[in-house]
Design a protein around this ligand. Structure first.
Ligand code: SF4
Length: 357
């Protein structure tokens, strides 16, 4: 793995023409790291701002883990390539954030007197429908935003007690304009919460940076990028998946989905099982069953690596999903609008956390 003693902040300031917070006026910086490239780029810019104001001790990093649905670690030819959660922690360390200020959250629930992980696919199986765009994108809010909000509550309470005023937070996201029209129109800086406990500014400092520039910057800094972006782990060619979050995101483009199917056949089969039992396709444009078939055709992308998904965490997911499918669905099917193009519409490198934070 690349050394983490990095000179992160020698590039030209790319935020000069953008709105952003006054660094010294922020009490708590919340840098969202998904293990993907965009969150890291944004986090480095926010860290630079905090450092220049002498308030880097106010910086926290946070990763909302999707458990076995995010890209796991793989070992190829004796070399281990970290999964998303682990890479988020590595990125946090590279930014200079001490381990005690790196927070990982994962949704859980009480089951038979025990606290156990509650994975998104289990919820989908219980509900009987898939997330989609707009208001139907409950995956982001329930599996990321609300967890992160909750994780910062004790920190905000403690700061409020000391400051005797609402705590000003910067929620730093990796959203970029060239990901989608939706994201292009989203302000790089806006206030999403303003109450007696906290004022939260959502800040996307990398909003105007192109995809290529993010990749180039990552490579120039010698920072590790997720193996899923490469044609095969260790290639370093950025020729694999274009996004890094759920391995099989409902909003992903077809190539990414075919790569996900071929890289994680057992996970794809589990998605297809949910589709079959609930009678609702994975997204309005395609079904997981069709993607699995397409992935077997000549011309489908080479996965570069095939993951066994034979560990206890995946087994627990499969058991929970199969159990959920034995019961009636909890929700009526949401009628989803069709997707106009073969492109990821709402993003998902960290999903672009929505809602108040
Ligand atoms: S990666 Fe896609 S499916 Fe997964 S939580 Fe984000 S938007 Fe939802």
């Amino acid at each position: 793995m690349t050394t983490l003693q990095l000179d992160l902040f020698t590039t030209e300031p790319e935020t000069a023409d953008q709105a952003g917070p006054v660094p010294g006026e922020i009490d708590v910086y919340m840098l969202n790291l998904s293990g993907g490239k965009d969150g890291l780029r944004a986090a480095a810019m926010a860290m630079e701002a905090a450092r220049s104001a002498g308030v880097e001790d106010r910086v926290y990093t946070v990763h909302a883990s999707l458990g076995p649905m995010e890209w796991p670690a793989v070992t190829v030819d004796g070399v281990r390539y970290p999964g998303s959660s682990e890479l988020a922690a590595i990125h946090s360390q590279a930014l200079g954030v001490p381990p005690e200020r790196h927070i990982e959250v994962r949704r859980s629930r009480e089951l038979e007197g025990e606290r156990v992980p509650y994975d998104l696919l289990t919820f989908i199986a219980e509900r009987g429908d898939w997330p989609w765009l707009g208001k139907a994108r409950w995956c982001t809010g329930d599996w990321k935003t609300s967890l992160i909000y909750g994780a910062f509550t004790p920190i905000v309470r403690a700061r409020k007690k000391a400051l005797r005023r609402p705590v000003v937070c910067a929620n730093v996201l990796g959203i970029r304009a060239d990901e989608s029209p939706d994201r292009k129109n989203r302000p790089a800086f806006r206030t999403t919460t303003d109450n007696t406990a906290r004022i939260v500014h959502e800040w996307s400092p990398a909003h105007q940076i192109s995809t290529q520039d993010v990749k180039d910057w990552t490579d120039q800094q010698g920072l590790p990028h997720h193996w899923c972006y490469d044609s095969h782990p260790g290639a370093g060619d950025w020729a694999g998946s274009s996004r890094c979050s759920c391995s099989l995101c409902v909003l992903a483009n077809t190539r990414d989905l075919l790569l996900g199917v071929k890289r994680r056949p057992r996970l794809a089969e589990l998605y297809a099982l949910v589709e079959r039992v609930r009678g609702v396709s994975f997204n309005p444009k395609t079904s997981m069953a069709a993607l699995i078939e397409q992935a077997g055709h000549p011309g489908a992308p080479d996965p570069g690596v095939v993951i066994d998904d034979d560990g206890p965490e995946f087994d627990a997911l499969e058991t929970a999903v199969r159990t959920a499918l034995t019961k009636p669905p909890k929700r009526d099917r949401y009628v989803r609008p069709g997707a106009p193009a073969d492109a990821l519409l709402g993003g998902c490198d960290g999903c672009g956390l929505e809602g108040d934070q």
